[in-house]
Design a protein around this ligand. Structure first.
Ligand code: GTP
Ligand code: MG
Length: 204
């Protein structure tokens, strides 16, 4: 898929304030600093569309970006931000849970995991929660440029094995690097197939 345009639309602190739309949307979630905002920029080929930072906790709201005037990417705040207060974490949880459960045009949520780390309890809990809610998801392994091929293959296996302890089937899994722009075509193909699927199911 070619990216012709990508525009910031809104920042929302409440799912009910997200743009009213029937257009399909794809959300990015994962621990603080895992690379959600960087990956969005890489996918749309715009360096500074979503704000990134080496300090965790940069993205604090749900940020909608309209791509090719026809679908949305949504940058979400990270979970597991250690310095956040307990009440901030609680508010985060409530906001994200409601967004994920209620957002009718949310076609798929990408869960980002750092390719260098074994899956963390907080990630596995989140994946389990998504599965129990029957919410469509895909896994993206980030920062793959930091690993050698062999290490990456090993890391991928460990993550898959951990998921297979709980699930019979693995969600789609993509290996990415915002730095090297790798995984871009595969993720964009996945999105474009998903959108075509919607148009096939609901013509017009
Ligand atoms: P929060 O908004 O705080 O939840 O973080 P985030 O998940 O949006 O992470 P962000 O994209 O801001 O990136 C965090 C840090 O990781 C930044 O210093 C990025 O430059 C770095 N980073 C992101 N993606 C990659 C990658 O693919 N490779 C490398 N080497 N660094 C990356
Ligand atoms: Mg961010």
């Amino acid at each position: 898929m070619q990216i012709k345009s990508a525009d910031f639309v809104t920042s929302s602190t409440d799912w009910r304030k997200c743009p009213e739309t029937q257009k399909p949307e794809f959300a990015f979630i994962g621990r603080s600093n895992v690379g959600k905002s960087s990956l969005i920029n890489m996918l749309v080929d715009r360096k500074k569309l979503a704000k990134t930072s080496s300090t965790p906790g940069k993205t604090q709201t749900a940020n909608h970006f309209l791509v090719n005037n026809s679908w949305y990417l949504v940058d979400l705040p990270g979970y597991g931000y250690a310095s956040a207060s307990r009440s901030a974490r609680f508010e985060w949880g409530k906001m994200i849970e409601q967004y994920l459960k209620n957002r009718k045009n949310l076609f798929c949520t990408f869960i980002l995991l750092d390719s260098r780390l074994k899956p963390q309890a907080i990630d596995l809990d989140f994946i389990t929660w998504m599965g129990k809610q029957n919410l469509p998801m895909a896994i993206l392994l980030t920062k793959s440029d930091k690993l050698k091929q062999q290490e990456l293959a090993k890391s991928k296996k460990i993550i898959e094995a951990k998921l297979l302890e709980q699930w019979e089937e693995l969600p789609p899994l993509f290996v990415t690097s915002a730095e090297k722009k790798s995984g871009r075509d595969k993720v964009l193909d996945f999105i474009s197939n998903a959108i075509e699927g919607i148009n096939r199911d609901y013509p017009g």
